[in-house]
Design a protein around this ligand. Structure first.
Ligand code: C5P
Length: 403
């Protein structure tokens, strides 16, 4: 069956030894009815010839941004628009880095920056290059930007080393493309997810407030992961400096009460993850004007309890199927977390030790314990994005097996 009938694919062939596999991929895509055009990078042309690419695509091969004929005949903007999908194979570390940073210094990278079409990339490189923090950062960034990344395979690499970094088999890449066009919706498609994130600000007067050290990074990463899994994702966020992850519907609030209202107003949800560091108290009598220090007297303030967003969700008659809370503790982590799970009537608790020495508050990594009704898992230290993906993966598994 021609699964890719009339789909226009613009292949961008990077400069890696795996470039030769791109030739076979062109055939397999065309076998499915796709119309394939190709851009060959300078590096790519060191491995395969424009002539072999042109013979297989049956089209002119584009390779040079400043070639006057290419620009007058086609132009990189049009080239990027006249495709339904841009497919980068092999995506070298260099090309991924350029994509992640918006560098446009040749036809391939300029087209990738200029496009308004979906982009899929199949990285291939040496195992150490793949594992480098810089490459991992770029991959995370690209995922966050909505680029579909096909994970490289494990095995013997062209350089003789063994590990992760091989270009996946050509059929695997072709199947990713087919799934993309079939409208593969993601495991959480059709479900609605809530994430609360960030700190809250509790005003004292018009210029002062009480806050905490939460950065919101973990919650934002979870919201991003939900969206990538296809969930309709509502992120209710306290004040942060973070960018809204792709595909997420963000509602900004300041105080715990505002957060409570936003969460209640947007009910129902299928799953809720409350990761916000909500202030347990607000100032009882906010001053209408800036409090003056002239009197010389100490200030006495009364704190009033804030509503508990998580507990109220868990008790709601429109309770989400899965309610997950966080327990940020500086001592007796697991004991407190277990107790919190029961007291707040939530299904799972993610426990993390936020004592100053861990650097978790505000940092990019997290070490968590996941406490469910069935047991406890200690997850190794990982980036907040990786923790988020693993968590959402677990959530998807749970919802699939408990429909
Ligand atoms: O009670 P504690 O603040 O330690 O509980 C933490 C969990 O409860 C987190 O999931 C947090 O988002 C949630 N919470 C809440 N509303 C509050 C206080 C905490 O949703 N007012």
């Amino acid at each position: 069956m021609a699964e890719l009938k009339n789909k226009r694919i613009l292949m961008i062939i990077g400069g890696g030894i795996a470039a030769y596999k791109a030739l076979e991929l062109i055939r397999r895509l065309k076998d499915q009815g796709a119309r394939v055009r190709a851009i060959l990078t300078g590096g790519g042309a060191q491995f395969i010839t424009p002539l072999s690419v042109a013979s297989l695509t049956g089209e002119k091969v584009f390779s040079d941004l400043f070639s006057l004929t290419d620009e007058t005949e086609m132009g990189h903007i049009r080239l990027s628009r006249e495709a339904d999908l841009l497919l980068v194979v092999p995506a070298t570390a260099n090309l991924l880095a350029k994509m992640a940073h918006g560098i446009a210094d040749d036809l391939a990278s300029t087209t990738l920056l200029a496009t308004n079409k979906p982009v899929m990339a199949a990285p291939a490189m040496n195992v150490e290059m793949w594992a480098k923090p810089s490459t991992m950062r770029n991959i995370r960034q690209l995922r966050q930007d909505g680029v579909m990344i096909i994970e490289p395979a494990e095995g013997e690499l062209a350089c003789g080393e063994v590990g992760v970094g091989r270009l996946p088999e050509v059929d695997v890449i072709r199947d990713h493309v087919i799934r993309h066009f079939k409208g593969h919706k993601g495991r959480l498609h059709g479900l609605r997810a809530l994430v609360t994130a960030g700190p809250t600000h509790e005003p004292i007067d018009p210029v002062r407030y009480i806050a905490n050290r939460s950065s919101g990074k973990q919650g934002y990463a979870i919201a991003g992961a939900f969206a990538r899994f296809g969930a309709e994702t509502v992120l209710v966020s306290g004040p942060t400096h973070l960018e809204t992850p792709q595909g997420v519907d963000r509602i900004d609030v300041e105080t715990a009460r505002e957060m409570w209202r936003a969460v209640q107003k947007n009910l129902p949800y299928d799953v809720a993850v409350c990761s916000a560091a909500v202030s347990d108290w607000g100032i009882d009598q906010q001053a209408g004007q800036k409090i003056k220090k002239e009197s010389g007297a100490d200030q006495v303030m009364t704190f009033k309890q804030n509503p508990d967003i998580l507990a109220d969700l868990a008790l709601s008659n429109r309770r989400p199927r899965l309610v997950i809370g966080f327990a940020a503790e500086t001592e007796n982590l697991l004991e407190n977390a277990r107790e919190k799970r029961l007291r707040k009537n939530c299904d799972w608790i993610i426990a993390n030790d936020v004592s100053a020495a861990t650097g978790i508050m505000g940092g990019n990594e997290n070490t968590v314990h996941v406490i469910t009704g069935d047991g406890e898992e200690a997850w190794p230290k990982a980036s907040k994005e990786d923790v988020a993906l693993r968590l959402v993966e677990k959530i998807a598994g749970h919802l699939e097996s408990n429909p």
